[in-house]
Design a protein around this ligand. Structure first.
Ligand SMILES: Cc1cc2nc3c(=O)[nH]c(=O)nc-3n(C[C@H](O)[C@H](O)[C@H](O)COP(=O)(O)OP(=O)(O)OC[C@H]3O[C@@H](n4cnc5c(N)ncnc54)[C@H](O)[C@@H]3O)c2cc1C
Length: 343
């Protein structure tokens, strides 16, 4: 297999979710484009699966990818750790990218560490931002130019750490879903599809699938324009109905803080924040949510934030555009009534 493309680029692992390109993969392409432009290199992507993967190429190119490596085989129908690790590692060895990015999804979190270990390089998990910059190691009197800053919360979200991989290549990171804003796609943007010829003889296909059940995606908070979230201050599962009522009245979706989820008021898929979903709705209404840094990390980019809290000193008011000091059990019914009489 001769090298047919430029090395030293930024490579993105493309994940397929419910027969579509996972949104996080498109977010990564957007970020990879930004990084690659700064470095003056190509954006490449790798997609692995059973067949017909080229159908996704146009969409992947439209977000800024230049080269798509396609690996198709009947046996690659579903994600499996060992074969996928082997394949993506081979792609990395042959394309020699300086940066490789994965979504911080269950698949990305399984695959990326395996590959990093196989290639004997570093990996930063759950990044919330990536930048290019220089690093000076005063002790070694050495300056590393244009390396990847892998940025993520650390120590329970109380500090933001910038992590680097100065000596080893590629520099690898998994990136949280929703933290990178999609740039508008460019229709008909050109790219090159490269079938990647690789022998799977001897690859360990250890699993036999007897049956596969895929659960429906329950809620897509990332796509919502309006989110009404309830926190620990809601007080009970019964009171949480108020959050549902307000969301329904406004045509929005229901979010929650971790305290509300841990208290059993609502399911974990509704959690917003550092260990939940990162959202960017036009309107976010935080009801009985204190505004802990781990919650704010997932919603502070919202267009407009309204906070309802009995405590005038609650940190949520520091980022709210409109603050209502009061008991949500009184305020929410008034809001619903006011909205219904206006429209
Ligand atoms: C590693 C790590 C990851 C985490 N990830 C997340 C995450 O992803 N998302 C997340 O949300 N948290 C996360 N947390 C937890 C976070 O630190 C907070 O504990 C949590 O956000 C608190 O939720 P809360 O503000 O809803 O509840 P509380 O801290 O209990 O605050 C309740 C608020 O409601 C107000 N209130 C009380 N009664 C009323 C009323 N009747 N009307 C109006 N207001 C009222 C109170 O004044 C208070 O401000 C994480 C923590 C760690 C360490």
């Amino acid at each position: 297999m001769g090298k047919q493309y430029k090395s030293d680029g930024v490579l993105v692992y493309i994940e397929i979710d419910h027969d579509e390109v996972a949104e996080v993969s498109l977010e990564l392409i957007c970020k990879a484009r930004e990084l690659a432009d700064q470095l003056g290199v190509d954006v490449q992507a790798v997609i692995v699966g059973k067949s017909n993967l080229s159908q996704f190429a146009e969409q992947i190119f439209s977000y800024g990818c230049d080269v798509l490596h396609v690996i198709e085989d009947e046996r690659l129908k579903f994600y499996e750790t060992l074969p996928y690790t082997f394949i993506v590692s081979e792609v990395i060895k042959q394309t020699a990218p300086q940066i490789v990015l994965f979504g911080a999804t269950p698949v990305g979190r399984d695959l990326a560490p395996r590959i990093a270990s196989k290639l004997k390089t570093g990996l930063t998990a759950d990044c919330t931002d990536l930048k290019i910059g220089d690093h000076e190691n005063k002790k070694l009197k050495k300056t590393y130019k244009n390396i990847l800053y892998q940025i993520r919360p650390a120590f329970g979200g109380n500090i933001i750490a910038t992590i680097i991989t100065p000596e080893h290549r590629p520099q690898m990171a998994t990136v949280r879903e929703g933290v990178i804003k999609l740039t508008p796609p460019q229709k008909n943007r050109a790219g090159v599809i490269l079938p990647f010829n690789i022998s799977l003889d001897g690859v360990d296909f250890v699993n036999t699938y007897l049956e596969r059940t895929v659960s429906e995606k329950k809620i897509n908070l990332k796509a919502a324009d309006i989110i009404v979230s309830g926190g620990g201050g809601v007080g009970s599962k019964e009171n949480f109905q108020l959050i549902h009522d307000l969301a329904e009245t406004l045509g929005g979706l229901v979010g929650a803080s971790r305290a509300a989820v841990d208290s059993g008021y609502i399911g974990r898929e509704h959690q917003v924040g550092q260990t939940g979903t990162t959202v960017r709705p036009k309107l976010y209404i935080a009801c009985g949510i204190s505004g802990a840094i781990q919650h704010r990390a997932g919603m502070d980019q919202s267009g407009k934030i309204i906070a309802i809290n009995t405590d005038p000193n609650a940190p949520i008011f520091q980022i709210a555009h409109y603050g209502i000091v009061g008991d949500l059990r009184e305020i929410i019914p008034m809001m619903i009534k006011a909205y219904k009489t206006k429209v």
